[in-house]
Design a protein around this ligand. Structure first.
Ligand code: DGL
Length: 258
């Protein structure tokens, strides 16, 4: 029988994509891998990051025996998708900021991109804006502190609303911005807190459902649930094991890198 679909992120952010995959493909077995020892990816240097992502994904693909890989990380996908596809024998689905759908939805034609400092500056992201939001004003906001707040939430702590408010504060002066792209997979986990902290009601757009739809098209023949679902982590902890179990990954294991 074919192996599970492996979902990879630096930390717990990919769990927002897991939630979308569970909704769209409820019978499909998943595995999860995160490189939490090196979290956050969003402030790391590109060459180091490409090598690290290749090492972790190669190890996780081999350990999980997966039938496909979902790179549930914008920071990794906008940098290393091609290298991953060249290096791995399984199909790879990436995650990139939902600029195109957001541009389609905005009434005011002013959209925002909330992502890591790496993602907001990447040539890949600038090309997406150029190709799909040419008639929009696009304001890019680096929001690295939200990664830590989403980690706190999944690891059983309370996110700090004041910190989230400070990240969103620039929106106050951008009165016509009506749509915000959540261009980091950690951020949909904080949706309630983001809505509460935002200076006014906004349209929030993420990539989760589009990735789930694409995964259903690209990866065929994965194992059916209920198989024991494994979470592979580079720095095990009881809190992370509990967080992963909350999303179905009840068997938490250390990922050994070559
Ligand atoms: N979840 C990752 C993303 O979608 C980034 C988090 C990090 O900085 O490690 O970009």
């Amino acid at each position: 029988m074919a192996g599970p679909i492996l979902v990879f992120d630096s930390g717990v952010g990919g769990l927002s994509v897991v939630a979308a995959l569970r909704r769209r493909l409820p019978d499909v077995a998943l595995a999860y891998a995160c490189d939490n020892a090196m979290l956050p990816y969003g402030v790391r240097e590109d060459d180091w990051l490409v090598a690290r992502i290749l090492t972790v994904c190669r190890a996780a693909v081999a350990a999980s025996g997966c039938s496909g890989l979902v790179v549930a990380c914008n920071t990794a996908s906008t940098l290393a998708l091609e290298a991953l596809r060249e290096s791995l024998a399984v199909p790879v689905v990436g995650t990139v900021p939902a600029i195109k759908p957001a541009a389609g939805l905005s009434d005011s034609r002013h959209i925002g991109l909330l992502a890591t400092s790496a993602t907001v500056a990447r040539p890949y992201t600038l090309r997406l804006i150029q190709d799909f939001a040419r008639d929009c004003r696009v304001t890019r906001l680096a929001a690295d502190p939200l990664v830590g707040e989403a980690e706190r939430l999944v690891l059983g702590e309370t996110p700090e609303l004041e910190r989230i408010r400070r990240v969103l504060a620039p929106l106050e002066a951008l009165a016509d911005l009506d749509t915000l792209v959540l261009g980091c997979t950690h951020f949909p986990l904080l949706r309630d807190q983001l809505v509460e902290a935002a200076p006014r009601p906004l349209r929030w757009v993420d990539s989760g459902d589009a990735i789930a739809r694409r995964t259903g098209q690209v990866v065929v023949g994965p194992q059916r649930r209920p198989a024991p679902e494994v979470g592979w982590v580079t720095a095990p902890s009881p809190a992370l094991a509990r967080g992963l179990a909350g999303f179905g990954f009840v068997d938490s294991r250390r990922l050994v890198l070559a």
